[in-house]
Ligand binder design. Structure first.
Ligand code: NAD
Length: 352
């Protein structure tokens, strides 16, 4: 795979590889952009079909982090790391985590690791035994999902406002895919605000908990979440790449706003299709920024109150971007332009 040209296509600053056979670590760190500051992004443990797929994932995800942090108004750049597993679901070990921590340390703070798929607060704590450039262990921000869910809930309010609806969840039905760390808490917020939730999860325990504790209605086996009628907001909160042209064609819901990263199969063309269909789409890197705001905010020395204010600002940022969509090909384009403006302003400020 032509690694340098890929990194160049995405405009990356660094793409660094690490192999430590004795602890089963094969990892990649991608630092996309540090114009606004050092770059925080999760460490993903995943079994990729190929090394090329892992490289593409880390390049794409780290670019997304640059826009997410910039749009959230953080003095942070964007980066991400991946640990390539030999088999799916391979158990994390302390030795692997510590070796990853030492790898992170070699970048001397340009990259700050955090939780992502397959990485727990315990894994972060083990990494932190080797480097200070880790957030997300119990003593350093912990689980960021409550902040991610709250930020997404704020973004939903902006979707309602932009659609000309009252900012009131009474009578609003939200369809949630995935009742894990973020989806469950989002369902709770919607239910507490008086809204209805219909949801699906591949894990029966997650479903039972949400029905028992929140009174969530479960999607029937023959129902397709993305084709449901009488739903106001669809919230993908599980996987990426769940909305492509086929689903968008059949969507009946007028709004999309979830916590999942990379909801759209092809953000540029799919967001354009959503705009053409008049469906309000809160770009995912805006709606799910609560977690990074929390961890980056604490890393940057913000107080809890300052972090909370920044998470609340997601509502205003989402509305601004939705309004800006009129001047762009899509809400995704409007969001990227919004983030790039902030990066450019940071670049100018640092050179004057
Ligand atoms: P999680 O693993 O806690 O929950 C995901 C849930 O989705 C699980 O309950 C799982 O069983 C379910 N699921 C998996 N495949 C499914 C499918 N095909 N259909 C229905 N349900 C399915 O993860 P999370 O922390 O809630 O993160 C969810 C998404 O949000 C991910 O894309 C993640 O990258 C993104 N995200 C999370 C955070 C955070 O703070 N945790 C921050 C930003 C973005």
């Amino acid at each position: 795979m032509p690694v340098f040209s890929h990194a160049e296509n995405y405009n990356h600053e660094q793409l660094v590889f690490c192999r430590r056979d004795e602890v089963g670590l094969k990892a990649i760190i991608a630092v996309h952009d540090t114009t606004l500051g050092n770059a925080l992004g999760g460490t993903r443990r995943w079994c990729y079909a190929s090394e090329a797929e892992a490289i593409m994932d880390v390049l794409r995800l780290s670019e997304g982090m640059t826009y997410k942090s910039a749009a959230a108004g953080l003095a942070m750049g964007g980066a991400k790391s991946v640990i390539l597993l030999d088999t799916p679901g391979q158990e994390p070990t302390e030795a692997q985590a510590r070796a990853m921590g030492r790898f992170v340390e070699t970048l001397e703070g340009a990259y700050i690791a955090a939780e992502d798929v397959g990485v727990s607060p315990q894994f972060c704590a083990w990494m932190r035994d080797e480097t200070h450039h880790v957030m997300g262990d119990q003593d350093n921000g912990g689980d960021p999902s409550p902040f991610t869910s709250l930020g997404c809930f704020h973004a939903m309010k902006s979707c309602l406002a932009f659609a000309g609806r009252p900012i009131d969840f009474a009578g609003v039905t939200v369809a949630i895919q995935g009742l894990g760390a973020t989806g469950f808490k989002l369902a709770k917020l919607v239910r507490e605000a008086g809204g209805d939730v219909i949801a699906t999860d591949v894990n029966p325990h997650a479903i039972r908990r949400a029905t028992e504790e929140l009174g969530v209605r479960v999607l029937a086996d023959d129902e397709d979440l993305f084709a449901l009628e009488d739903v106001d907001i669809i919230a993908p909160c599980a996987l990426g790449g769940v909305l492509g042209p086929k689903h968008i064609e059949n969507l009946k819901a007028p709004m999309i706003c979830g916590t999942a990263n990379n909801i759209l199969v092809d953000p540029e063309s799919d967001a354009q299709l959503l705009k053409e269909r008049g469906i309000v789409y809160a770009p995912d890197f805006i709606s799910n920024a609560g977690g990074v705001i929390r961890l980056a905010g604490l890393y940057l020395g913000m107080t809890e109150a300052q972090v909370d204010t920044k998470v609340d600002e997601i509502e205003e940022t989402t509305l601004t971007i939705l309004k800006n969509t009129a001047n762009h090909a899509s809400a995704y384009d409007a969001a990227v332009a919004f983030a790039k403006q902030r990066i450019e302003a940071g670049r100018r400020a640092s050179t004057t």
